[in-house]
Design a protein. Structure first.
Length: 134
C-alpha cells in the first residue's frame, strides 16, 4: 500500500494551489510505513535497509518481552508484557495494544503485575526497553 506525503494541490476554497518556490515532489517520500508494534506471544522482526549512509533498521512488529529497568536497584530484567494500559501518542493504540515510545505497559513481575513506561522506539530499534513506575 502506498502512502501519500505530498501537500494537496487544492486550496481550502477549492481553487488550484501553485507554488513559487520549488517542486514539492522532493518532499514526497520522507519517512516510511509506520511499524505498529503489537503485544503478541511471538517476536517478529522485519529488517529494512532504509537508513542514511547504508545503515539499516530493525522494525519490531510483534513482541512478548520487555527489558525493564528498576530505578531503585539500577538492574534490568526481562519481563513478559501483559498489555498496554495507556499510550500518549494515541488512545486508540492502547485499545489495540500497540507499543510506541512513552506507552505505559503492564509487565508480569513474578506473580504480580506492575506498570512500566517504554523508553525505546520499538518500531525503529527492534527492542523494547522500559523503566518501572513507582
Amino acid at each position: 500500500m502506498t502512502e501519500w506525503h505530498m501537500k494537496s494541490g487544492k486550496k481550502p476554497t477549492g481553487g488550484r494551489s501553485r507554488t513559487l518556490r520549488r517542486c514539492n515532489k522532493k518532499l514526497a517520500w520522507k519517512g516510511g510505513i509506520f511499524a505498529s508494534t503489537k503485544v503478541n506471544a511471538v517476536k517478529q522482526v522485519s529488517f529494512t535497509a532504509e537508513g542514511l549512509g547504508g545503515t539499516s533498521k530493525l522494525k519490531l512488529n510483534e513482541a512478548k518481552f520487555a527489558n525493564v529497568l528498576d530505578p531503585k536497584t539500577k538492574k534490568s530484567q526481562k519481563f513478559d508484557i501483559a498489555n498496554v494500559v495507556e499510550n500518549s501518542a494515541n488512545r486508540e493504540y492502547a485499545r489495540r495494544n500497540i507499543l510506541t515510545k512513552g506507552a505505559i505497559i503492564e509487565v508480569k513481575k513474578g506473580s504480580e503485575t506492575v506498570k512500566a513506561r517504554v523508553t525505546s522506539r520499538p518500531g525503529q530499534s527492534g527492542v523494547i526497553n522500559a523503566v518501572l513506575l513507582n
